[in-house]
Design a protein around this ligand. Structure first.
Ligand SMILES: [Zn+2]
Length: 142
């Protein structure tokens, strides 16, 4: 599976800057609420569970499990995004209800399965590090 050479980039905000730049240090940074201690995503200025504004990004392991996925065959963006590619919904091992919509890379679409262990890798495009996920070496399904 060929990875895109460029990507549509997000609009980085003050709240999301740590998420989009963590890859510079090899870190997947997810917001944690310091009041209820739960992780949450996407990063915003208040915890959706307890409404506390005492929230901040912190590094997590970058390990996750594929909760769902789809294989895209349509060339929505022409040659920019070679098809087919796998759009995945992954659950962080630290807190499974924190799910990221991402791309599953470094394996053929036929090899992806629900429950597959994956780990983050980063693609740098301009000043943004896009977190994508690849199968974990020797990773066992849950
Ligand atoms: Zn909270």
């Amino acid at each position: 599976m060929t990875r895109p050479t460029s990507r549509l980039l997000p609009e980085v905000t003050a709240d999301s800057a740590a998420f989009w730049s963590g890859g510079a240090d090899g870190e997947l940074r997810i917001h944690r609420c310091r009041n209820c201690r739960r992780l949450f995503h996407p990063p915003v200025g208040a915890c959706f569970r307890c409404r506390s504004r005492d929230v901040a990004p912190e590094a997590v392991s970058g390990r996750a499990v594929v909760a769902s996925f789809t294989v895209n065959h349509h060339p929505w963006f022409g040659p920019m995004y070679p098809t087919p590619y796998v759009i995945g919904l992954v659950e962080l091992v630290e807190e499974p209800d924190v799910r990221l919509t991402t791309q599953i890379v470094d394996c053929e679409p036929e090899a992806v399965s629900i429950g597959m262990a994956v780990e983050v890798v980063f693609e740098q495009h301009e000043d943004v590090w896009i977190p994508v996920f690849r199968p974990t070496e020797g990773g066992a399904p849950r």
